[in-house]
Design a protein around this ligand. Sequence first.
Ligand SMILES: *Cc1c(COP(=O)(O)O)cnc(C)c1O
Length: 504
Amino acid sequence: MDVEAFRKAGYQAIDRICDFYYSLQERPVVPPVQPGYLLKQLPDAPPEEGEDWNVIADDYQKLILPGLTFWQHPNFYAYFPTACTFEGMLGDLYSTSTPNPGFNWTSSPACTELEMAMMDWCARLFGLADHFLNSSGTGGGVIQTTSSDSALVVTVAARSQYTRRHPDAKLEDLLLYVTTQTHSLGVKASLVLGLQCRVLDVKPEDEYALRGETLRAALEEDVARRKRPFFLIGTVGTTSSGAIDRLDEIGEVLKDYPDVWLHVDAAWAGVTLACPEYRDVSRLKDINTYATSVGTNLHKWGLVNFDAALLWVRSRTDLTDALDVTPEFLRTKQSEAGAVIDYRNWHLGLGRRFRSLKVWFVLRSYGVKGFQAYIRRCIELNEYFASLVKTSPSFALVTQPSFALTVFRVVADPTALGLPAPLGPDALNDLNRAFYARVSARGEIFLTQTQLNGTFCVRLAVGAERTRKEHIDRAWALIQEEAGIAVTLRETFDPSNERLRKRY
Ligand SMILES: *Cc1c(COP(=O)(O)O)cnc(C)c1O
């Protein structure tokens, strides 16, 4: 493809992307395809001769688009959102037009310096303390691929810090802590590094937040059995229910255990810190006082297209002491002089994408006010949905709404079912499974299921840029309708009747 062919193909691509966005709402949010749908349409090997671009471009429309789940769809309420803005797309387009591995300052000065600046912009946007700023010269921020990568990187750094402080420690005695509600990134880091992980209990009456006393009891027990706790992941906004760990209590406990690194995973909810009114709930003060590192994803609920996982550390040498391997050919006079950051020593790979460009585009185009308005709108829409759930006799909130997330379930009214007593926990779980299966089979809105201490529940997370009140109203109508049918069928639902049981 030459430059002029690219110009033509590029115009066509943008046209088609725009047409796609105009038609998005009419498309199904989840593709109605079966496993293998694409594989059976693709040849086993690449073509011998190069193909015409128009054929390739048309195949994207014909084969790929129909198999995509549209996380940008206004009816997407599953998992957590994945950000998508045109500014973000343009950032990726420009960045990929001049690819470079960006591992040190010399490999493309703009990449390093823009990332340094954007991490400071975001730190200020979120109200993080000065010690997390790159301009502090001691702490700093880096863009990782995902929050899971961030967690792995800081676990490596924490392990290295611990073993430097305690050269006698045996690796098999090292212990990291997560809770039952921590994202799988904690257990994954322990698996990858071959370290032991202890999963701490959290309680429904604490809204699934880790309390200081639970942590203290675990620390005392583990230290008594000669284990070496060195790392704890606290979460602001857990994936299942948006729970926020009691970082105030945790921070106080850790004062007695200064070797334990506290990483705060705020992958989803961290962006709420952009709004001053949420800084108390999101525990900004505790993050600034106690966290050794903190991360949030702009690519989730932060308007920047995948991927852009922000990670800040209080002390940058914690990263470089663990990860700096500088062979002769990577030495530069700028980094020897300490004038610039060599980001390759702040993550696991060598090369890295130029992600800060899309962050720059998005933050400038939205401004702080636009960013805040988007976060507030999502939270308002969720509060509206939660109010509908709360006032309905057929539904109940399982936990308090958390920012833009509602966890709810059907609560069968025994009189409506002609039953003498409320359903037991298992029957109610069955009913909710039936309800969730019905909503999912409709394919019109996309929700996810979760389990909280054995309670089957359904999550609705608002976050797509295009979701408005009318979409929430539609979702609610559909939810009520399917719950109504599930409840009615439950009327004749007899656990001993295999035929009916099979329905679900
Ligand atoms: C989504 C999520 C993650 C994982 O994010 P990745 O960037 O995909 O690794 C981690 N923690 C929480 C709380 C999340 O919501």
